[in-house]
Ligand binder design. Structure first.
Ligand SMILES: Cc1cc2nc3c(=O)[nH]c(=O)nc-3n(C[C@H](O)[C@H](O)[C@H](O)COP(=O)(O)OP(=O)(O)OC[C@H]3O[C@@H](n4cnc5c(N)ncnc54)[C@H](O)[C@@H]3O)c2cc1C
Length: 383
């Protein structure tokens, strides 16, 4: 057992951190306070580091990084800008599925634009009436010659209005018969759909969108996998998605911790830095412990993915613990900052707003508990 990063992983972490500090950090404040959406020129800056191509094998034109390295990059990006992280990793999730499941034709058609970060993808599963219970999706796709016609609405879609390619899940119906949930690659240059952004609590620089598909014609060649394989395809990316989310929240927790340490050392009350007060030390130590524990749980699951081993339990443990604990860490960071913590003069109020959504997305805390309950007890609480 080795708890050290290897040399390549250390180099990746350090170079990404330096690049983000220089090129990306100066853009954050203005975008977030003015709710200015990130444009594609900013996303494009990340290309050389492999934020889109990192997990694609070299033979498909990607960098073929190990999963631990990719997670290190996600943590660093989230530490600096959660809005950019969420758009980039949502796109990368679709890229990873396309790379693993897509036909050669689909890969050649879509992957180069996505890996170069000239285009973005998003992952569209959730619907107005369907969240945790993904089997019940209502969007429909009907075959019409060499096209499918999709009708339905997807909501809470990260980066939806900016995305060029939408990975849409819909139920295929043929002569009234249900052929099951099926995945489609819907490109905005080929198929018409509407996007509307939804205002939200945090991550003000990234859009969260509702996408409406009304008689949306999609070439049959853009079906990802076979009819009825959509659920399996969506689930196949779940463990990696959960570990990804773990490192996304760890990045925010780490940023909140660093800001709190700095503040505690500088802020003086009762004639000395507040860092010297035992109750403040307790807050900081608890925060550091939670960040470290979450990161270790994340590394264990990421290492299992790299070894090609099963990690359902480990990925859910990491996601469940890290998201809940990092909400506490970011909340505690506000406490360390006192009244200033509640203002936009310091970044910790943003960390708190930004971290909050990850106990919801990629399987809520409650769903993780049910999955773990089934794993540990062998009895399913799902209907
Ligand atoms: C910022 C953000 C980004 C998102 N990005 C995407 C995206 O890119 N693509 C996408 O497809 N979706 C996305 N989502 C949607 C997200 O995946 C869903 O919000 C999530 O799956 C939960 O679904 P829901 O919101 O409909 O809640 P519901 O499923 O309606 O749940 C409501 C509450 O009931 C609880 N609950 C539900 N079922 C059970 C049960 N069986 N037992 C106990 N408790 C239960 C839940 O835990 C929750 O507390 C995003 C959400 C957010 C907030």
């Amino acid at each position: 057992m080795d708890f050290q990063l290897n040399e390549q992983q250390r180099i990746i972490k350090d170079s990404v951190r330096k690049f983000l500090a220089k090129e990306i950090a100066p853009l954050v404040g203005e975008h977030e306070t003015q709710r200015k959406l990130i444009d594609k020129s900013i996303v494009k800056k990340l290309e050389p580091y492999g934020f889109a191509s990192g997990l694609v094998p070299e033979e498909q034109g990607g960098l073929g990084l190990d999963f631990v390295s990719y997670c290190l990059m996600v943590e660093e990006l989230s530490r600096v800008w959660a809005s950019l992280r969420t758009m980039v990793t949502s796109s990368a999730l679709a890229v990873r599925l396309l790379s693993r499941v897509g036909s050669r034709h689909q890969r050649e058609k879509f992957l180069p634009h996505l890996m170069s970060m000239d285009q973005l993808a998003c992952f569209a599963l959730t619907e107005p009436n369907v969240g945790s219970d993904t089997r019940s999706i209502e969007a429909k796709a009907e075959r019409d010659g060499d096209h499918y016609v999709i009708n339905g609405t997807k909501t809470l879609i990260t980066g939806g209005s900016l995305a060029d390619l939408v990975l849409v899940y819909a139920k295929v119906k043929e002569s009234g018969e249900d052929k099951g949930i099926t995945a489609f690659l819907v490109h905005k240059d080929e198929s018409a759909f509407e996007a509307r952004d939804i205002r939200k609590m945090g991550m003000h620089a990234s859009p969260l969108s509702e996408l409406s598909f009304v008689d949306c014609r999609v070439p049959a060649a853009n079906r990802l996998g076979a009819e009825g394989e959509g659920q399996r395809i969506a689930l196949s990316g779940l463990n990696a998605g959960r570990v990804n989310v773990t490192f996304a929240v760890v990045g925010l927790g780490q940023a909140a911790l660093e800001a709190s340490i700095r503040y505690a050392q500088e802020r003086e009350q009762f004639g000395k830095p507040i860092a010297g007060f035992q109750l403040v030390q307790d807050m900081i130590v608890q925060m550091a412990l939670k960040v470290d524990t979450a990161r270790l749980l994340g590394f264990r699951a990421a290492a299992l993915i790299d070894q090609g081993r099963q990690c359902r339990r480990e990925a859910s443990f990491a996601k469940l613990y890290a998201t809940e604990a990092m909400v506490e860490v970011c909340n505690q960071a506000i406490q360390v900052h006192g009244g200033y913590g509640y203002t936009e003069e310091f970044p910790v109020e943003r960390y708190f707003r930004d971290v909050r959504h990850l106990t919801l997305a990629e399987g809520t805390t409650e769903i993780q508990k049910l999955l773990l309950g089934r794993e540990i007890l062998g009895a399913s609480a799902f209907v």
